[in-house]
Ligand binder design. Structure first.
Ligand code: G4P
Length: 278
């Protein structure tokens, strides 16, 4: 999905999320388990304010399990609740509803005490593009209904999806923009496919990826590209380019193609599950 985040679009997205927030009891903030910090929208705290929130670390199947375990511990506490899920396979989704019920129980108890018959919990999903919002909504709904209206600016009547007996979910997610704070965050968003390839220089992204792997996952890097030792960046590029047949006529290494191959390998889990926010 190619959303260009100009100030006007950001204002509109913010407005739309603010409107939707008024309708719900609880918010599921969808994050990418590979980048639980870099995939957060910086403005969400301000928009959500005191409303209960569950952070969902999605695509947990693609993230380093040890890092996910550390993030679950680090991010939870106080009013913040965190779960690791895999929206594609549906892993962890049963816990979402149960946790929401648990968090809202005191409020529902107060309603019951006043003689008000408890209604279904109303919830919404919020996140940056490509984090898995539609996949999750479709999974929870059990059919393909979240395919449209997934773009800021598409206004339509809010519809609710029944999730089990106790929850109703807004059928369209809140979409917020990714962080544009620094280069490193940009590279991490690019490596996980959250931002479009045309925005950043692919060679820069792949160099960041290789340096990150060298530092944090050296064994994985060596195994994937058949390396005894990890050389400097240019010989490393030459080696990977040659290994993967990224050559121009005349046998010269095609660095753009090599960069693409490296990024595709990382995104496609050819180096196994990885976490970039450590
Ligand atoms: P969005 O609504 O937040 O924009 O995201 P969407 O559901 O469209 O998901 C983006 C991509 O992420 C999809 O891949 C989807 O299948 C994948 N995805 C979502 N949740 C998970 C998960 O838990 N695990 C894994 N491994 N993948 C997940 P796609 O259809 O291939 O799209 P694209 O990669 O071509 O953009």
């Amino acid at each position: 999905m190619a959303i260009q985040w100009f100030p006007g679009h950001m204002a509109k997205a913010r407005r739309e999320v603010t409107e939707k927030l008024k309708l719900v009891d609880i918010v599921f903030e969808l994050l990418d388990a590979r980048i639980p910090v870099s995939s957060a929208n910086p403005m969400l705290d301000e928009l959500i304010q005191q409303k209960p929130r569950i952070k969902l670390l999605n695509k947990a199947d693609m993230a380093d399990p040890a890092a996910t375990a550390r993030w679950l511990e680090k991010l939870s506490g106080g009013n913040t609740h965190v779960l690791a899920i895999d929206a594609q396979s549906g892993k962890g989704l049963d816990k979402m509803v149960k946790l929401a019920e648990q968090i809202l129980e005191p409020k529902w108890e107060r309603m019951r005490a006043k003689g008000i018959r408890p209604r279904a919990i109303r919830a919404m999903i919020v996140g940056i593009p490509n984090v898995g919002k539609s996949t999750l909504i479709n999974r929870l709904a059990g059919k393909n209904i979240a395919k449209t209206g997934n773009t800021p600016g598409v206004t339509k009547a809010q519809a609710w999806i029944k999730v089990g007996k106790t929850m109703e979910l807004l059928d369209t997610p809140g979409i917020l923009w990714p962080k544009f704070e620094d280069k490193e965050t940009g590279y991490k968003l690019a490596l996980t496919g959250a931002i479009k390839d045309t925005i950043l220089n692919l060679q820069d992204v792949s160099v960041f990826g290789l340096r990150f792997l060298e530092k944090h996952y050296p064994g994985t890097l060596k195994a994937r590209y058949k390396l005894e030792d990890i050389p400097d960046i240019v010989p490393l590029f030459d080696h990977i380019g040659r290994l993967r047949g990224c050559l121009r006529a005349g046998g010269e290494i095609d660095y753009d193609k090599t960069a693409e191959v490296i990024i595709r390998d990382i995104r496609g889990m050819k180096l196994g599950p990885l976490t970039f926010d450590l």
